[in-house]
Every structure is written in C-alpha cells, then in structure tokens.
Design a binder for this molecule. Structure first.
Ligand code: BG6
Ligand code: MG
Length: 221
C-alpha cells in the first residue's frame, strides 16, 4: 500500500471544458426551440451526459422518445468532440502542470476521477496523459457522482487506502463523492458553492508547495 494518493477531476479542474459542454448543449437546446443559459449550465458540472440531457429536456419541457434521446446524446457529443479536437496545452488551467510535476517528483501516485467518457483523448490532446497512473472515467463507472464509486476505484487502482486520498474537484457532486469516499476533498472554484469541501481554493495558483507538503504529511482522515 502506498501512503497517499492524489485524484484529479478533469473538466473544470485540469481543463476548462465546461465552456465547450455549454456550447454543445446550447446548440441542441436552440435546435429544440429553447434557451439554455450559463447559469443553467452550472447544474451540469460533474453530471453524466445522460443525466445532463434529462435535465436539459426538463428545462425545455421537451418530451423525447428513446430514439430521439439517443440521437440527441450522440449529436451533443459529436459537437463537443469537434471543440475538443482543437484543444492543446494552452487550455490547461493555471498551475496544474506545476502541481502534477511536484507530485510526480515525489513519486506520489496520481489518478484521474472523471464523469467524462472523453477524458483520455482530452488528456492526450493537452499532453498530460503521462502524469496519470490510473484513468477512471465515465466508461469505468456504473454510478455517477455524488456516488463515491469513481474515487474508490481510483484509490484501489493506485493501491492507496481511500482515507489516504486527496481529491481535487470543481463540482458539488464531486465534493460530495469525495466526502462519501472518506477522502480529503479540495474544492477548486467558488467557496460558496463548494462549501462542503475540506479546503477551498479559487484555482491551483493558490496552492503552494507548503500546502501540498501538508497534504502529503497529514495523518489522513
Ligand atoms: C463531467 C462534466 O466531467 O463530465 C459534465 O463536468 C459532463 O458536464 C460529464 O456532462 C460527462 O462528460 P462526457 O464527455 O462524457 O459527455
Ligand atoms: Mg468537473
């Protein structure tokens, strides 16, 4: 067993892909005849693609057959994929590589714990895939966040006890999943939204080496 492991969410933590998810969902909403706002997009953070479509159709009061539902899932993802095709390292959020490199230098095991089924190609595109010892994504789980499954699989893959893992998350559902897993949850983003986290930071520029060191030496939860 390793002493401590670090788990990163992807969208909104490593890369700012929420804007691309938003544009793809908004296009679909507009095609179906209604508006979809950035505020409503907040509800989609950390939420699976299927659940997002269910919420979107509720917002627009649209009833769908199973066939339409499946078609719209595919359409949204194709639009999203067109955006991520163009991604490169410039879309990595500030100071993420510094933190990954710090952990790598100390041989700390690192996992991805994401709801996205597009996680691996995105990490490849932005050149960060090699930092991760394990990728747990929307293809690996049966239960979505706030269920702890994604993080528990990650801990298991890293060979680290759940209570010795640290999770970086930008979604309420993600922080709740970390809490349910008995892990240390670090909220990245708005403290008012992520108040259930153990620690809060606006972004990784606020996380310095001494804080990382504290996490490494902490007698975990
Ligand atoms: C999460 C995003 O990381 O992944 C959600 O925060 C998104 O907004 C979910 O719906 C699923 O992503 P994908 O890439 O499988 O559609
Ligand atoms: Mg996220």
């Amino acid at each position: 067993m390793k002493e401590v492991g670090f788990i990163f969410d992807l969208d909104g933590v490593i890369v700012d892909t929420a804007k691309y998810h938003y544009l793809a969902w908004r296009k679909l909403a507009n095609e179906l005849g209604f508006e979809f706002t950035k505020e409503q997009n907040e509800l989609f953070k950390g939420v699976s693609r299927k659940r997002c479509l269910e919420i979107l159709l509720d917002i627009g009061s649209v009833k769908a057959t199973q066939e339409q539902f499946d078609t719209w899932m595919i359409e949204k993802n194709e639009d999203y994929l067109a955006y991520i095709q163009k991604m490169d390292a410039s879309e990595i959020l500030p100071d993420v590589p510094r933190v990954l490199q710090y952990l790598k230098n100390k041989n700390i095991p690192i996992a991805l714990g994401s709801a996205s089924k597009n996680a691996k190609p995105i990490l490849e595109k932005v050149g960060l895939l090699s930092y991760f010892d394990s990728i747990v994504d929307g293809n690996s789980v049966t239960k979505a966040k706030p269920d702890p499954e994604v993080f528990l699989i990650a801990a298991n893959n890293l060979n680290v006890k759940a209570e010795s893992c640290v999770v970086f998350e930008d979604a309420v559902a993600g922080i709740q999943a970390a809490n349910a897993a008995g892990m240390i949850g670090i909220g990245i983003g708005d403290v008012d939204i992520l108040h259930e986290a153990d620690y809060n930071f606006k972004d990784f520029t606020e996380i310095d080496d001494s804080f990382l060191e504290l996490l490494l030496n902490k007698n975990h939860k």
